[in-house]
Design a protein around this ligand. Structure first.
Ligand SMILES: C[S@@+](CC[C@H](N)C(=O)[O-])C[C@H]1O[C@@H](n2cnc3c(N)ncnc32)[C@H](O)[C@@H]1O
Length: 379
């Protein structure tokens, strides 16, 4: 039980698609459209309400297996241009213990965009999970053959023994219709599929509408591997290993390969972060001082959890504001805004909120609230 289909151990109907944890839905409500965009074709080969829709003019070509309503929404999303190999700052290479991965050709600076891609293949989650396997595999084969040859080659080049397995091993959960469950899909981005997992990743990813964007979370040296995380990272080494085994592999990232002593120290730091954050949330908690949020943020930095710094700096900035520490609130709010922009993009509402705080902490709704509640901790 609980073992993903990609695992050699057991086949279940549990979907194991990145990420394996809840992310806030970033999707805007669906655009008000009623017809398939002109360059798209379909519906074809319908089974119940699930049909194939496709277009040669989106990215390297795109094939969808979904309902007509979802296809209409997806076909009207903004798309990105085809791959421009020359502008890439990395190459694919064999990584010991991980198969193929992505390696930087030059120094990549924190915040630099890496890739922006539309999916080559997308299937409604309900169909992926619910269709009878024989029917599903026939539809998958027909859908992939709707792709132009470059798209087919990219898709079939992904790791996995058949199309179903490739989807399970490589693809991402995304929502194209707000929080509506019928809008849940699995999107495959064959170039992104080469990003291996690391428990201390250096790349952020986000999916807006159906566009997948990767951004450097920190400076990356030439020759360094570019990595994302497939799982929640506030977990002990044992818990992380156990989750990744459900993906069918033993994690060989450098953070999992540290000595037992170092792993115990890292686990203890995560535990300490959890304690500090729980105290920050509780207004009756008297151990909290103005610096508690910043202490937690420093532990995130020590842990090299660069992809989590946006939220950590936000908590630290808000806590300084709550204690009426103007300059520190400003500095942390600026750091939070920059980190959140890297994570969620320049239009991020969270980043905007931090810029407002940085502008004038004294006018922020949090100003001095905790100092008043707990005056002895205000100094
Ligand atoms: C999305 S693919 C990544 C690209 C893949 N390495 C390839 O050759 O195409 C995911 C698979 O890569 C391997 N992998 C990714 N991260 C790994 C890690 N940290 N340790 C070991 N294997 C890893 C596993 O086999 C996993 O199922």
């Amino acid at each position: 039980a609980g073992v993903c289909p990609s695992s050699p151990l057991q086949v279940t109907n549990r979907v194991c698609i990145k990420p394996d944890f809840e992310r806030p839905s970033l999707q805007k409500p669906p655009v008000d459209v009623t017809t398939l965009e002109l360059s798209w074709k379909g519906p074809e080969h319908c089974v119940n309400n699930t049909c194939i829709f496709f277009s040669e003019h989106v990215g390297d070509g795109i094939a969808l297996l979904t309902t007509e309503r979802n296809a209409v929404i997806a076909s009207n999303f903004p798309t990105v241009a085809k791959s421009k190999a020359k502008s890439l700052q990395f190459h694919a290479a064999e990584i010991p213990g991980k198969g193929i991965g992505i390696v930087a050709d030059r120094k990549i600076r924190k915040g630099e965009p890496i890739l922006t891609r539309t999916p080559t293949f997308m299937v409604q989650t309900a169909s992926h999970v619910g269709l009878e396997p024989g029917t599903r595999d026939v539809l998958y084969d027909l859908a992939v053959h709707k792709l132009p040859s470059a798209g087919q080659e990219l898709f079939m080049g992904q790791m996995g023994k058949d199309i179903y397995d490739k989807i399970e091993t490589n693809c991402f959960q995304l929502y194209i219709d707000g929080a509506n469950e019928s809008g849940s899909h699995i999107g495959c981005y064959p170039e992104i599929s080469r990003f291996n997992h690391d428990c201390r990743p250096n790349i952020h990813y986000r999916i807006n509408n159906m566009t997948h964007t990767t951004v450097a979370a920190r400076d990356i040296a030439p020759g360094e591997e570019l990595t994302i995380s497939y799982i929640e990272l506030m977990l002990s080494r044992e818990e992380r290993r156990s989750r990744l085994r459900k993906w069918g592999f033993e994690c060989s990232c450098s953070h999992c390969n540290v000595s037992d002593k170092e792993a115990a120290e890292s686990d203890a730091r995560l535990q300490k972060i959890a304690e500090l954050e729980s105290a920050l949330e509780n207004f009756n908690e008297t151990v909290v001082t103005a610096d508690t949020g910043a202490q937690a943020a420093a532990l995130y930095e020590m842990e090299r959890l660069h992809t989590y710094l946006g939220a950590a700096y936000t908590r630290a900035a808000l806590n300084y504001a709550l204690f009426g520490e103007e300059e520190k609130a400003r500095v942390l709010a600026r750091a939070a805004a920059e980190a959140l922009e890297r994570e969620f993009g320049p239009d991020s509402a969270d980043a905007r909120a931090m810029r407002v705080l940085a502008e004038n902490p004294r006018k922020h709704w949090t100003w001095g609230k905790r100092r008043k509640a707990n005056p002895t901790k205000a100094q």
